[in-house]
Design a protein around this ligand. Sequence first.
Ligand SMILES: [Ca+2]
Length: 170
Amino acid sequence: MQRVHRMEHQVEQVQRQRLSQARAAQSKGRRAGFTLLEVLLVLAILGVIAAMVVPQLLGRQKQANIDASRFSIASLESALDNYAVDHDGEYPQTNPGLEVLIVPQQNDPKWRGPYLKNSNDLPKDAWGNPFQYEYPGKNQRVGDKADIWSWGPDKTNGTADDINNWTVKQ
Ligand SMILES: [Ca+2]
């Protein structure tokens, strides 16, 4: 009777051991699989976030460049106004253009520049191109003003993305 009991006990022990091993193996397997799933999930989420955020950031960068170029045009306009104050209300002609805001033309006793804060170089637009200048302006609707414009993001003159001082809001 006691022997039988002992045997039952041994069987029970072995069963318990096997079960515990099986659980350990199962848990190990599940863990590894879950880690891989986690990685894939994270990658998928990152992909979704990148797909949403990157175009938005690019769009924002483009808008910032447009704003910066518009700001430069406004600075040039005010520098030209200062130049005109010293030159009996006359803006520089198309040639020599904006250059005279930094360097006076020969025989120009009225010049009291430089008229730009950064007097070493004329500002460039956000895409590295010089601002275009024409006086008398052909596009101004009111008054005697100069045309100032940037070729815009596509770096090409006369396209829709040009930034200028005669279109009210682009
Ligand atoms: Ca353009």
